[in-house]
Ligand binder design. Sequence first.
Ligand code: AMP
Length: 401
Amino acid sequence: MKVLVLNCGSSSIKYQVLQMPDETLIIKGIIERIGEIDSIVEAKNAHHKIKEIMAVKSHTEGIEQVLQMIVRPEFKALESVNEIGAIGHRIVHGGEKFSASTELTDSAIKAVEENIPLAPLHNPANLKGIVACKQVLPKVPQIGVFDTAFHQGLPKYAYLYAIPNKYYEKYGIRRYGFHGTSHKYVAQRTAEMLGKPIEDTRIVTAHLGNGASVAAVKGGRSIDTSMGFTPLEGLIMGTRSGDLDPAILCFLQKNEGMSSEDIDVLLNKQSGIIGLYGKSNDMRPIEDGYFAKKELETLIMTMYSYRLAKYIGSYMAVMGGIDALTYTAGVGANTPPLRYIIAEFMKGLGFGIDEELNLKVIRYGKEVDISSEDATVKTFVIPTNEELAIARDTYSLVTGV
Ligand code: AMP
């Protein structure tokens, strides 16, 4: 079966077609700047590569473009869109309604709509993709795979905030966590690399991309994670502050006359690496500066690692130790100094990495055990593959296999 995987953002559609259950990638691409006159339409596979500029006015037009693109003969991918057996959608927020992937029936779509207040930027875009597919391919089953689902099993003492309970009851203010599809995929691969059934493992997964989160995975289930009610909480990220004293917000509102919108922009878009560094939100110049022994870059790299080390240590405490720490995503897989600093902070707890191997693991795409021989906690670098995880869930729900 050919499965179309879609990740619809507010102005973009990322897509892949995978042959299942073989798990081979047939074609992938992206449409950007939807709604503009100069939208960018890209597709590539082993046979061919296309990048075209055209006006893609809406998500429906975007989905139509995707379907035209994947049947172009140059790609030798699909002869007809009728070969698509199922569609898997990445959906950011499943709230408390979805603890697993699900078929997008009318009532499931309604539940995704009801979660819009929890993810006002993301869920509407995801819904546009679902509606467009229903219009263009009405007979093809559609499955929703939620970023929050893996974390729905967190115990109540981990997901509640210590504020009056009425706000949980009224608005659903609690920890949801995100990047769940990635944490789950990487935890499964980690158990395989440990050579143990996942039920017998305690793993910390660090998904460090432009957005970043860390999860405590015990026996294959997420029991805690650093992102919270929104993706702002937790680690230092590309443009997000992560944890801070909430009283800082009141202080800034009073002393800088900032509105809640100003604070939202400050903490989500102007903080983290870009806030500290000023020039970019990218970890690469920070890494270059760290190697050149520049003061600011070294400070930022150390702050980033220190925050992460504190989370890993706290998850070790609540799980009674761990078997492995796994790094994934753009920063996690490509930043040796960060992994080195963490190993140094945590060497008293059994961490140790092979420094040469750590430096060599710079090419995103390889699964590597970078632990030193004497380490009692394994350290892995495992590239995430959220699209494959979505295709697996989609295939298994549609076929029952
Ligand atoms: P992601 O959100 O997983 O796509 O990760 C994007 C981030 O990964 C970028 O903002 C960079 O900071 C980081 N990144 C990508 N490639 C590298 C690299 N070679 N070295 C360090 N960081 C990288």
